[in-house]
Write a protein that binds this ligand. Structure first.
Ligand SMILES: Cc1ncc(COP(=O)(O)O)c(C=O)c1O
Length: 446
């Protein structure tokens, strides 16, 4: 001790250790995929007057008549009935930690069956803190390390890339065309891995209006992928986030509903259909897991629920009740809960592509884009490199924000693409935003 106790204490508290981002922290701390969302939020915060095509966030008009108390009340009634509880006992479920697998599993399993004929048992379902946790837990459970690789459709949602990075899982890209994943390439990757005594353990794919590509997998490709997965012992991690945006009558069955071999783990979110602030998602994992020690059989969902006790313990029962009540108010259906929203998103997609046709096509013909039938996103191809520096220029000089696509790609191939999200904006903003975008493109894309 060199001074008085208080002086020493003050000195020791004011000295913070210096850590090197690369030498002292896990590799994911310096990973561009992991940091991309924070960086985008930071840029958006710096230019509050800019029109933002960046966030894939739901339109805020849907929160206006959302009565959270009523949703909770409806869900409590259902929980009491299902469990034979009186009202007070049902209410207590919301005050306590509760089971890690969730309390609205029955409502969710029935909704998935009603909407998609998924045929899931409530015991196959784990209610998670968003789809992000469902991805994280599933990856953690499936990947032992030592040569196990995750294949992802290139480009892919940054959440799966970041989760894999946090877990030190090797990731390999698989290309996609207009009808979905390149099955021949996936087969080649499986063959190569086997020859090197490794294995492609799982494939992450979003068959319906993927983020960020907007691609929808054709029925034939879905069949081919399930056959390949069965043959190769590959687990398919199916992200269903944007399936609800399909035109009524134009729905294709999710992989999980076509699966007869137990190859698919279905991952879902209520962020887009209900509200992101609830942070509720799910995994459906009915696969049987045999234990060598006990000789018993459990479901993969049981393993995920157990692991969850070491991550988030359980998903807020209050948030679950909001989502459960919202589904019940729409006949216990995800599709019905999302119908009005899906209409608005399809309208916005149409307005966005029409505005691009009107304002960009003739003026900057070097720039091209896709025309998805659903989802939240349109992808633009430019003749120049697209990076964070260009985004900052676009925000500062032209008042318009978007997302560079490079963070969604594993192999750098998207470095001339940007993503436009239309979900959050009103028609006038879409129009004005595209006018600004056209001015920006006219300067940079010549
Ligand atoms: C394809 C996809 N999956 C999952 C998520 C995240 O879901 P959650 O907010 O429930 O974690 C998103 C969010 O944008 C997404 O686009």
């Amino acid at each position: 001790m060199t001074g008085s106790f208080t002086e020493d204490l003050t000195r020791s508290l004011s000295v913070s250790p210096s850590l090197d981002l690369h030498d002292d922290l896990h590799g994911s701390a310096a990973d561009p995929a992991v940091g991309s969302l924070s960086f985008l939020n930071e840029v958006m915060g710096r230019y509050p007057g800019a029109i933002s095509f960046a966030p894939g966030a739901p339109h805020t008009s849907f929160y206006e008549d959302l009565d959270l108390t009523r949703c909770i009340d409806v869900c409590l009634g259902d929980l009491a009935r299902r469990r034979g509880l009186d009202r007070k006992a049902a209410e207590r479920l919301l005050f306590e930690y509760g089971p890690s697998r969730g309390i609205i599993n029955g409502i969710v399993a029935e909704a998935l069956d009603r909407d998609y004929r998924l045929g899931a048992d409530p015991a196959d379902v784990v209610i998670t803190v968003g789809c992000q946790e469902a991805m994280f837990l599933t990856l953690r459970a499936l990947f032992r390390g030592g040569g196990d690789t995750l294949a992802v459709v290139n480009p892919s949602f940054v959440g799966i890339l970041g989760a894999a990075r946090l877990l030190d899982i090797d990731v390999v890209p698989v290309s996609e065309g207009t009808t979905g994943i390149d099955l021949a390439q996936l087969q080649r990757l499986c063959d190569e891995a086997r020859a090197e005594r490794r294995r492609i353990r799982a494939l992450y794919v979003a068959p319906d209006f993927a983020n960020p590509s907007g691609t929808r997998m054709a029925l034939e490709t879905r069949r081919g992928l399930l056959e390949l997965a069965h043959r190769e012992g590959l687990v398919l991690l199916e992200d269903t986030a944007y399936g609800f945006t399909a035109e009524p009558g134009d729905g294709l069955p999710p992989l999980g509903a076509m699966d007869t071999a137990g190859s698919v783990v279905t991952l879902g979110t209520f962020a887009k259909v209900c509200l992101p602030g609830a942070r509720v998602g799910y995994a459906v994992a009915g696969q049987r897991v045999t234990g060598r020690a006990t000789g018993g059989t459990r479901r993969l969902a049981d393993v995920l629920a157990e692991m969850k006790t070491m991550v988030t313990v359980n998903t807020s029962p209050i948030a679950q009740a909001v989502v459960g009540g919202l589904l019940l108010e729409h006949g216990g259906s995800i599709v019905r809960a999302g119908r009005a929203k899906a209409e608005l998103y399809r309208r916005n997609l149409r307005l966005l592509t029409e505005a691009l046709d009107r304002q960009v096509a003739g003026r900057v013909p070097q720039v091209t884009w896709n025309r998805p039938d659903g989802g939240f996103f349109v992808r633009l191809r430019l003749p120049v490199a697209v990076d964070m520096e260009l985004l900052t220029y676009s925000a500062a000089e032209h008042g318009v924000l978007w997302t560079p696509m490079s963070t969604f790609y594993l192999d750098g191939s998207g470095d001339r693409e940007l993503r436009l999200a239309c979900s959050y904006l009103d028609p006038a903003d879409i129009d004005e935003g595209v006018r600004r975008l056209a001015d920006f493109l006219a300067v940079v894309a010549r």
